[in-house]
Design a protein around this ligand. Structure first.
Ligand code: GLU
Length: 464
């Protein structure tokens, strides 16, 4: 069975780049009927914060990503220690008491300025636990090629000359990332490691550990970077690439999931996917080898598509969550459930984010009216046409007489026949009504307008 993991370090909020790693792992687990582990990599105690763990979990949940097992590395220090001891006993690791200054001085004496911090193996073989401060280093052995097959990049080959005896246990007793990650990936029985290609050098280091500890090496899939449209890596930018930012901007979770899934994966020429479709189609065989480009406009376009396509019930649920999250209050007619559902369903197709949908809905809910400067002369011109005015009065009459405005076809038919009777263009009659009702030349369709305004329709029609 497939087992994969998302292993964020809780040192900041979830941004698009790491969310992409989460999405790919989650989709692969769901596609294969396997398991996803969420592992919080908080071994760096000074940089890790609980609030980030909470916000990462919140963001994953919001996007609909669940997980099957949960771990925090800070709960597992004893396990890591036991594997450090094992390597020390095997002679594959050693104590090291070199200070950074000593190492730099030795390296510069040898003329190795460009590799200033590369460890020279000075303490190799030290078995006695030192009394003072020490770290434990892995003995990576002699020069050789470490090769592995990568799902995305094919074969990767690195000579150990490029590496050094790296630290596995720090002087404060905490394990390093490269050590804890191997112990965990092996003990948690990962079958695939899907992560950013910025980890390729780490993978080589980690393979030496797998070999030394006799662990089974999983399959690796290194994902190409996510770039902005300006071709700069997205991870280098701040703020606007947090998941939290998109949530506050009124992006739907399903649209964000869709946009993120397309960062380095494709399914023919398809762009719009529901969550179920992503789970069905996603496969690591179809990962792209070249860098992914994130395009904000496309994200907005996708959001508009999802706003239209979601089942109304789910859409309302997401909209309510958005209001709660952003502290936007329901006001006026928004508090009447039936009106609220009708308004959102009618208006959602006109917007590409929930924020602007809220603003338009609110203006109808609160009966806000103001005449646009550009609309006024158009209205004055239409009013000069006596036939249009007669038809207009007629519309008011039958609207007043009509008991319910639920029947679209009936209203549409009435509008058409009123225009015909008075020999005026239907478009002119509608425009006359539209400007009178909204003060604008562009608005939602006229029948929806009647329903949004309700009793206010006739009141506005009676204004001069
Ligand atoms: N904690 C590491 C990171 O956030 C995880 C890398 C990995 O997936 O191995 O970059």
């Amino acid at each position: 069975m497939t087992k994969v993991r998302f292993a964020p370090s809780p040192t900041g909020k979830l941004h698009l780049g790491s969310a992409r790693t989460a999405v790919f792992n989650w989709l692969y687990a769901r596609h294969t009927g396997g398991k996803l582990v969420l592992r919080i990599e908080d071994t760096d105690l000074s940089r890790s914060q609980e609030i980030y763990t909470e916000s990462i979990i919140k963001d994953m949940k919001w996007m609909g990503m669940d997980y099957d097992e949960f771990y925090k590395q800070s709960d597992r220090f004893e396990i890591y220690r036991s594997y450090v001891d094992k390597l020390l006993e095997m002679g594959k690791a050693y104590y090291c008491t070199c200070s950074r200054e000593d190492l730099l001085a030795r390296n510069s004496a040898k003329g190795l300025m460009d590799q200033a911090a590369k460890y020279d193996g000075n303490c190799r073989g030290k078995k006695e636990k030192p009394a003072g401060d020490f770290v434990v280093r892995l003995d990576i052995g002699g020069d050789r090629d470490i090769a592995f097959k990568d799902v995305v990049k094919a074969r990767i080959n690195v000579n150990t000359k490029e590496l050094d005896d790296y630290v596995i246990l720090k002087s404060d007793g905490s394990p390093t990332y490269n050590f804890a990650v191997v112990v965990d990936d092996a003990l948690m029985e990962m079958t695939h490691i899907i992560r950013g290609e910025d980890h390729i050098t780490n993978t080589t280091k980690q393979i030496i550990l797998y070999e030394n500890l006799g662990f089974t090496i999983p399959q690796f899939a290194h994902l190409p970077l996510v770039m902005g449209k300006d071709k700069a890596p997205l991870s280098k930018r701040k703020g606007s690439t947090n998941i939290e930012y998109y949530r506050a901007q009124g992006i739907l979770p399903s649209a964000l999931l869709n946009a993120i899934a397309r960062l380095g994966w494709s399914h023919g020429n398809d762009e719009v996917f529901t969550m179920e479709e992503l789970m069905r189609y996603f496969d690591i065989e179809k990962l792209s080898k070249s860098n992914a480009v994130y395009d904000e406009e496309k994200m907005m376009w996708l959001n508009g598509k999802h706003m239209r396509a979601l089942p109304l019930e789910k859409f309302i649920q997401d909209f309510e969550e958005f209001l709660k999250e952003t502290n936007l209050p329901k006001q006026g007619k928004m508090l009447e459930n039936q009106w609220f559902l009708m308004a959102l369903d009618g208006l959602r197709g006109r917007h590409s984010n929930l924020k602007s949908l809220y603003e338009e809905t609110l203006s109808f809910a609160q009966n806000v009216f103001s005449m646009d400067e550009k609309a006024l002369p158009v209205l004055e011109e239409l009013k000069k046409n006596v036939d249009i005015e007669k038809a207009y009065v007629e519309v008011k009459k039958w609207l007043l007489a009509m008991k319910n405005w639920e029947n679209r076809a009936e209203i549409e038919e009435n509008l058409k026949s009123t225009a015909a009777q008075h020999s005026v263009k239907l478009g002119d009659l509608i425009q006359r009504l539209r400007i009178q009702l909204t003060g604008k030349t562009i608005s939602p369709d006229i029948i929806l307008l009647f329903r949004l305004l309700g009793e206010e329709t006739v009141k506005r029609m009676e204004r001069p």
